[in-house]
Design a protein. Structure first.
Length: 655
C-alpha cells in the first residue's frame, strides 16, 4: 500500500505548497519510499509502503507513453492477465503501477473495470487539462479531493488536505449525523468543500467542473444455478482459496487476526493450505489474538487456541484488560482528520505492532465482511422476499413455516416482516429521537434522512430482492471501511479476503437458500470448509460480546467529559447536555446497555477538541453554533455532473 498527494494550480505556476510538511503527513502511513513529479502548476507526491515483492523496484509517480502522470496505490491481483493483454514488453518483474500505466495507454479509462484488487488511482493529463480519480469497487483504500476556482488537490491522507488548506474549515453536518447514526456516506468527508471518491466510481475534473460516473458495478442479472449442491461448495471453496491466495502476495511475513471465530479461523486455515501448496513455509504467517479474561462473556482464548494447536505454533496474544478507557481518550499531539482517527491505542498494544513492523510485517489479514455476506446473521427475509416477488406463493408459505419453527417466531411475524421490506421507507423507518433523546431536535430535523434507520425499500420488477439486500449490506460495509483511518506509526496494509470482488460476485449470484437455511446459518461456508476448519470452530455458537469492561469505561470517560467546559458537541448544536448526562447515568446504573452511540459521542467530542487545538475549525463563542469559518472560505461549490459512461469512447476519440 502507498499514499499520494497532488496539487494542480489551474492558473499556471505552482505556488505555496510546503513539500517537506506534506511529506511528513504522508510518511506515517507509508514510510518506506518517497517520490515526486513536478511541472509548471502540477506536483504529485507518492509515499510508499513496501508490502509487495515488486515494491522496492517501484518508482512513482509513473509517466505513461501518452504523457499521463499516474499515481497508484494498492494491490493488483490480476497483473499477469493484464501483462499478457496490454503490452508485450512488460514482464512479471514490473511493478503494479507500470502494469496499470500500460493498461491505461492501451484501453484508456475502460481499463478501470479490469483492475481487480484493492486500489486507488489518480491520472493527470496535462495536454487535456484533465484529472481522473478512481477507486476500486469495494473501497478499502481512501482517496479524497477538493476543487476551487484556482486549484485541484487530492490525497489518500485527509490530514494532508486540511492541514494545507490555508483557511478555517466548515464542518459537514451530514457526515456528523452519519457518524452518530452508524457510518457516513462514502462520498462525504467531515468538511464542506472536500469530497471522497466513492467505490467503483470515476471522477473526472476538467476546468473546475466535476463529472462523476460508475465504471463498474455488480450485476443483478447474473445468476448461478447448479443441479448438485456439491458444485456450489466446490465453486465457493475455489473462490475463497483464490481470495486468500491473492492477499498472501507480500514482501515479508504476514500477520492475520485470529479471534477464534469462524471468519478469522477460516482465513488462517486456508492461508496455511495455500502456503503449503505453493511450497512455502506456513511460519511466514503469524497470528495475532486479543483476549480479556476479566470478561465472563469473552472466552476468546479457548477459541483461538484450537487453531493454534492445529497449526502447531502459538501466535501473539494481547491482553485487552484495562485498555477500554485508554482507547477512548483523544490524542491532541497530532492532527486527527476524522472522529475515528482521534483515539490512540494503549501504549503496549502500539508497542507490539511496532515490534512486528520492525520484523518486516507489512500486511494484516482481516475477517471483516464474513458475517455479513456468508449468513452469520441468519435472517430469513431475503429468501422469503425472493419467493414473494416471484409469486411462488406455495414455496413462500412452506419456507415461512420452516423458518418459524427454526427461529421460534410466529409465522405471521415473518410474513409481515417480508411485506414490510417492500413498503416505502418513510413508513418503515424509525426515528433517532426515541432511541437517542440526547440529540438536539434542530440537528435531527436538518438531518432526518441520514438519521433514520432501516434498509432501502425492496422494489418489484428490478433485481432479485436478495440481490438488493446484498447491495445494501455491501454499502454498509463500504461506509464502515471508509470511516476507518489508515494505519500509521506503525504503518501496515489491511486486506479483506471476504470482500474479494470475484467471491462477492459468486455469493450475490447463487440462490439465497445456499447461503443460509432454517436452523443452519453459514450453510454454504460450513459445507464447503468441512475438513479444512476444525468442526468445533466451524459449528460453534455465535460468540458473545464483551460488555462489562466497555460499559464501565464508557460511563467513566463520558462522565468526565460532561464535567469539562465547554462541551463542544453542545456548543455546536449536536446534543442536549442534560439528556446526554441522563443517558450516561442509565448506562452506569445498568438501566441501559447502549454503549456504541455513547462511544461515538465521546469520539466526536474528542475529535472536535483536536480540530480546535490544531486550528482547523474555530472554537465556538457565546454558546452559539460556530462551525462556519471566521473568515469566509474562498471557494465556490463543486459543479458535479453525472454522465453516461458509455460515451467514454467517443470522448477519447474527440481528444
Amino acid at each position: 500500500m502507498s499514499v499520494v498527494f497532488g496539487e494542480w494550480q489551474l492558473a499556471g505556476e505552482h505556488q505555496g505548497l510546503n513539500i517537506a510538511r506534506t511529506e511528513s503527513l504522508l510518511a506515517p502511513c507509508a514510510p518506506d519510499s518517497f517520490g515526486k513529479y513536478s511541472s509548471p502548476g502540477l506536483i504529485v507526491l507518492h509515499s510508499g509502503l513496501h508490502s509487495l515483492p515488486e515494491s522496492r523496484r517501484e518508482t512513482q509517480p509513473v509517466v505513461s507513453r501518452r504523457g499521463a502522470v499516474i499515481a497508484w496505490t494498492g494491490r493488483l491481483d490480476n497483473r499477469q492477465q493484464l501483462i499478457s493483454e496490454c503490452e508485450p514488453g512488460l514482464t512479471s518483474e514490473c511493478s503494479d503501477a507500470a502494469v496499470v500505466a500500460a493498461a491505461f495507454d492501451h484501453l484508456g479509462t475502460e481499463c478501470l473495470a479490469k483492475l481487480i484488487g484493492d486500489w486507488t488511482l489518480s491520472i493527470c493529463e496535462p495536454k487535456s487539462q484533465t484529472l481522473l480519480l478512481a477507486r476500486d469497487p469495494i473501497g478499502s483504500l481512501p482517496l479524497y479531493f477538493s476543487v476551487t476556482d484556482d486549484r485541484i488537490r487530492w490525497s489518500s491522507v485527509l490530514e494532508a488536505l486540511i492541514a494545507g488548506s490555508g483557511v478555517l474549515l466548515e464542518l459537514n453536518e451530514a457526515y456528523i449525523a452519519g457518524w452518530l447514526r452508524s457510518f457516513p456516506a462514502t462520498d462525504l468527508t467531515p468538511y464542506k468543500g472536500i469530497s471522497s471518491v466513492s467505490p467503483g466510481s470515476l471522477v473526472r475534473i476538467y476546468r473546475g467542473a466535476v463529472f462523476v460516473s460508475r465504471y463498474w458495478e455488480f450485476s443483478g442479472s447474473k445468476t448461478i444455478r447448479y443441479r448438485d449442491e456439491r458444485e456450489y461448495e466446490e465453486h465457493f471453496r475455489s473462490l475463497f482459496r483464490q481470495a486468500v491466495a491473492r492477499r498472501l502476495r507480500s514482501q515479508g511475513p504476514i500477520l492475520a487476526e485470529l479471534s477464534g471465530g469462524v471468519d478469522s479461523s477460516s482465513i488462517v486455515c486456508m492461508a496455511d493450505r495455500c502456503l503449503k501448496e505453493a511450497g512455502g513455509d506456513t511460519g511466514a504467517l503469524q497470528t495475532i489474538s486479543y483476549y480479556d479474561d476479566s470478561e465472563p462473556n469473552w472466552d476468546e482464548r479457548k477459541n483461538f487456541t484450537i487453531i493454534e494447536n492445529l497449526r502447531g505454533r502459538s501466535g501473539i496474544h494481547i491482553d485487552c484488560q484495562g485498555t477500554w478507557a485508554a482507547a477512548l481518550n483523544c490524542q491532541v499531539d497530532r492532527l486527527a482528520a476524522t472522529p475515528a482517527s482521534a483515539n490512540k491505542p494503549a501504549a503496549y498494544i502500539e508497542q507490539a505492532y511496532q515490534e512486528l513492523f520492525q520484523r518486516g510485517h507489512r500486511v494484516l489479514l482481516s475477517g471483516i465482511g464474513g458475517d455479513e455476506v456468508l449468513g452469520g446473521v441468519p435472517t430469513p427475509f431475503p429468501e422469503l422476499e425472493d419467493l414473494l416477488a416471484s409469486l411462488r406463493l406455495r414455496s413462500f408459505l412452506r419456507q415461512v413455516q420452516k423458518w418459524a419453527a427454526a427461529s421460534r417466531k410466529p409465522a405471521l411475524h415473518l410474513v409481515s416482516g417480508t411485506i414490510r421490506g417492500f413498503l416505502p421507507r418513510y413508513i418503515t423507518r424509525d426515528k433517532m429521537q426515541t432511541a437517542f433523546p440526547w440529540l438536539n431536535p434542530e440537528f435531527q430535523k436538518r438531518n432526518a434522512a441520514v438519521l433514520a434507520t432501516g434498509q432501502q425499500r425492496i422494489r418489484f420488477g428490478r433485481q432479485r430482492p436478495s440481490f438488493q439486500e446484498n447491495l445494501d449490506t455491501l454499502a454498509s460495509l463500504q461506509r464502515q471501511l471508509g470511516s476507518q483511518p489508515l494505519p500509521r506509526s506503525p504503518a501496515f496494509e489491511k486486506r479483506y479476503p471476504y470482500l474479494d470482488r470475484d467471491l462477492l460476485e459468486f455469493l450475490f449470484a447463487v440462490p439465497r437458500e445456499q447461503i443460509v437455511r432454517p436452523g443452519d446459518r453459514r450453510s454454504l461456508m460450513r459445507r464447503a470448509l468441512t475438513g479444512l476448519v476444525p468442526h468445533e470452530v466451524l459449528y460453534q455458537k455465535r460468540k458473545a460480546s464483551a460488555v462489562r469492561g466497555p460499559i464501565r469505561a464508557v460511563a467513566t470517560v463520558a462522565t468526565k467529559m460532561l464535567r469539562s467546559k465547554p462541551l463542544l458537541i453542545a456548543s455546536m448544536g449536536f446534543v442536549i447536555p442534560e439528556e446526554l448526562n441522563r443517558a450516561v447515568k442509565e448506562l452506569h446504573t445498568g438501566e441501559s446497555t447502549q454503549i456504541v452511540p455513547l462511544i461515538r459521542v465521546i469520539a466526536l467530542e474528542g475529535w472536535l477538541r483536536n480540530l480546535c487545538h490544531h486550528g482547523v475549525i474555530p472554537e465556538p463563542a457565546n454558546g452559539l453554533k460556530q462551525t462556519v469559518s471566521a473568515r469566509k472560505l474562498e471557494r465556490r461549490p463543486m459543479r458535479v455532473r453525472f454522465y453516461d459512461f458509455s460515451a467514454e469512447r467517443k470522448h477519447q476519440e474527440r481528444r
